[in-house]
Design a protein around this ligand. Structure first.
Ligand code: APR
Length: 228
């Protein structure tokens, strides 16, 4: 089976009702991104950051995977499929994708501030945290999110997947946040690369651009990849 590697960004979850990041002047759900999604923002005002991610988790419980998430599961019948996502939502998991690598962390997880290896999954309805939340060792916790100004621990495995890809697909990302945006550069020469986005950023000419929303674009991609 050929190896299909799909890199997804906020755009794939847009039709589920999750807003993207760069639609509204650097505001993420009405907050300045650097206040709620950076290491310095968290140091400055941890209470605000906890509140923000509590709201994001509550919102996540109200949305469902869409036909694009499900379409990637469908492709597992034909390809050895791997999803690398910049998204912190769990919509790929809920759609049923088997191999998912989160580059920027996961909304439904928290971790110890003393030992980053201690990661905990929140189970609804207990999805709220605060500066007073402690884990079972008595240590404070933080969102299991890769903040701006922090290293991206999963970039190594993601690069390896990009290097191994026989087909590489990018869906719904503005390709402005590094190192995620650079994954395409690791794809071997001659490997077909597709980019699905209704408002695509500039990409090299060897990339086939499908300028459609994710649900329609993934249906289109399935047609292209399974026709022969
Ligand atoms: N289907 C597919 N793509 C869409 C759709 C849709 N229905 N609607 C919008 N898009 C596209 C936009 O055209 C844009 O190119 O989704 C992209 C969203 O870009 P960003 O908001 O920049 O999101 P993303 O690239 O995932 O951001 C990267 O930035 O704030 C950080 O850590 C955060 O992971 C995030 C990273």
């Amino acid at each position: 089976m050929k190896k299909l590697v799909v890199s997804t960004g906020a755009g794939i979850s847009k039709e589920s009702g999750v807003s993207t990041f760069r639609d509204a002047d650097g505001l993420w759900e009405n907050y300045p991104v650097m206040d709620v999604a950076s290491a310095s923002g968290f140091r400055r005002n941890p209470a605000l950051v906890h509140k923000f991610y509590n709201e994001r988790r509550k919102q996540l419980l109200t949305v469902e995977p869409n036909a694009a998430h499900r379409g990637l599961v469908e492709l597992e019948k034909y390809f050895d499929t791997y999803v690398i996502t910049q998204n912190v939502d769990d919509l790929h998991e809920r759609a049923g994708s088997k191999n998912i690598l989160h580059l920027h962390g996961e909304l439904m997880k928290i971790r110890s501030m003393r030992d980053e290896r201690r990661v905990y999954t929140l189970t609804p309805p207990d999805i709220e945290t605060s500066i007073d939340t402690r884990d079972k060792y008595g240590d404070r916790v933080r969102p299991h999110i890769v903040f701006f100004e922090e290293a991206v621990p999963n970039i190594g495995p993601a690069i390896k997947l990009a290097e191994q890809a026989d087909i590489f697909v990018v869906i719904g990302t503005s390709l402005v946040v590094y190192p995620a945006a650079s994954l395409m550069n690791y794809v071997r020469r001659g490997v077909p690369v597709y980019y699905i986005d209704p408002n695509p950023s500039p990409v090299p000419s060897y990339v086939t651009v499908i300028a459609e929303p994710a649900t329609k674009g993934v249906a289109h991609l399935i047609d292209i990849l399974t026709k022969d």
